[in-house]
Design a protein around this ligand. Structure first.
Ligand code: RIB
Ligand code: CA
Length: 327
């Protein structure tokens, strides 16, 4: 009996790695993508929403509903990550204007509706700031008991941050929202909160040679040319920025790893910890503070990813792209 496909809603701030995560989810036979909600983060909400629809069309999944969510963080001034993702949010890639329009339902209502269809069956994956998830929790405090799991790309638990020495972008962008989310999943009966942070995503590096290898596998396949053009043109912006800042042409697959770990938890090893989010620190705002030694004396609320089978993930990601190219 084949294992039941994982029912997914993915909450994205489509940028380049969010786009790769969506392509991966669309190509996974073990995932059933119920819908995609969008949130401000890497780019403004309208751009994230348009990019999401365009990427789903590229994957020939334009039927997947796209639910626009929050256009600003809860309290902080809006920020973005266009330095890495480019003005459009998809690097140098140019995708056709999507024919599909966003669904009329707001992300908050859509997430709650999807979680309520079959309590315990839905996996919600967050690959952007947690503004939509926090707003949904304020609307329906029972959400942690309605979900099967929440898997989020965010935080840095034994690692330093990527926006400040202390904070990772998705948490830093809306720390008040993140605090609401991490606290809500400490409640009795809450579904697992799995945090896929920089500790493991930094090991999920795509290199230009990987794309060259993929080119040889896919250029002759029916949907290969369009997909490869997108993968090259979007990631090249990230490669250029990383080379400028670090000297290395690498593209960290933060969001695709979170989706992959949601579909196949065996890719990561997790350790439970009590985690709080710093919201007032001058130097540490947005820091995910993990109490590994139980100093606070409070029960753990997060399954923190501490190890990853990065080579197996990368091979699986490239296989998924070939499946997408084959159609
Ligand atoms: O820190 C990495 C995260 O911030 C990723 O989700 C990336 O898309 C950006 O949103
Ligand atoms: Ca993201």
């Amino acid at each position: 009996m084949p294992a039941r496909a994982t029912r997914l809603v993915i909450d994205v701030d489509t940028g380049i790695d969010d786009a790769f995560a969506l392509l991966y989810a669309c190509a996974s036979p073990r995932a059933r993508l119920v819908g995609v909600s969008t949130v401000v983060g890497n780019v403004d909400l309208a751009s994230a929403t348009r990019n999401t629809s365009a990427v789903l069309a590229l994957a020939r999944r334009a039927e997947v509903p796209v639910w626009p969510g929050c256009a600003a963080p809860m309290l902080r001034a809006q920020n973005d990550a266009r330095l890495f993702h480019g003005p459009s949010g998809l690097g140098y890639a140019e995708l056709p204007e999507p024919a599909a329009k966003p669904a009329p339902m707001h992300a908050i209502d859509a997430i709650l509706a999807a979680a309520s269809v079959e309590p315990g069956a839905l996996t919600l994956v967050a690959t952007g700031p947690l503004t939509n998830i926090a707003a949904a929790l304020l609307r329906e405090p029972a959400l942690p008991r309605l979900l099967g799991r929440l898997v989020l790309m965010g935080g840095a638990y034994r690692e330093g941050g990527n926006v400040t020495p202390a904070a990772e972008f998705n948490i830093w962008h809306d720390p008040e929202a993140a605090r609401i989310v991490f606290r809500a999943f400490a409640a009795d009966g809450a579904a697992p909160l799995v945090a896929v942070g920089l500790d493991v995503t930094r090991q999920a590096q795509l290199r230009p040679a990987d794309l060259d290898h993929l080119e040889r596998r896919c250029s002759g396949l029916p949907h290969g040319p369009a997909l490869l053009r997108f993968l090259h043109d979007s990631s090249r912006h990230y490669f250029d920025t990383m080379e400028k800042h670090t000297g290395a042409r690498v593209f960290t697959l933060h969001d695709p790893l979170a989706v992959a770990a949601a579909i196949d938890p065996s890719l990561i090893v997790t350790q439970r910890a009590t985690v709080e989010v710093e919201t007032t620190g001058t130097l540490t705002s947005g820091m995910t503070v993990a109490d590994w030694r139980g100093v606070w004396g409070r029960p753990p609320n997060v399954d923190v990813a501490i190890e990853v089978e990065a080579p197996r993930f990368l091979a699986d990601f490239l296989d998924a792209m070939e499946r997408l190219a084959r159609g």
